[in-house]
Design a protein around this ligand. Structure first.
Ligand SMILES: [Zn+2]
Length: 82
């Protein structure tokens, strides 16, 4: 019986999409390395992506802080939150 202990970093060469978690709605979506930004399909929020390596990226900030804060405020004070 052969076990597959292939580490996640074993995929060399082909850099596929990286899974990210939206900070606004916690939905998971994917971004591909060269992209500096990604839009969450769940809530439509646009995010800046930081890449440590081509296969390791994370969300660092909303693409547009003003727009993000305005939406966050509307979510908190009213609207259809919860
Ligand atoms: Zn989202």
């Amino acid at each position: 019986m052969a076990r597959d202990y292939t580490p996640k970093h074993a995929k060399v060469g082909a850099v596929g999409p990286v899974a990210l978690r939206c900070k606004a709605c916690t939905a998971r979506f994917e971004a591909t390395h060269p992209a500096a930004t990604a839009v969450c399909p769940g809530c439509g929020e646009a995010w800046r992506i930081r890449w440590f390596t081509p296969d390791s990226g994370m969300i660092i900030a909303p693409l547009d802080w003003t727009d993000y804060q305005a939406r966050a405020r509307s979510r908190a004070t009213g609207g259809s939150g919860q």
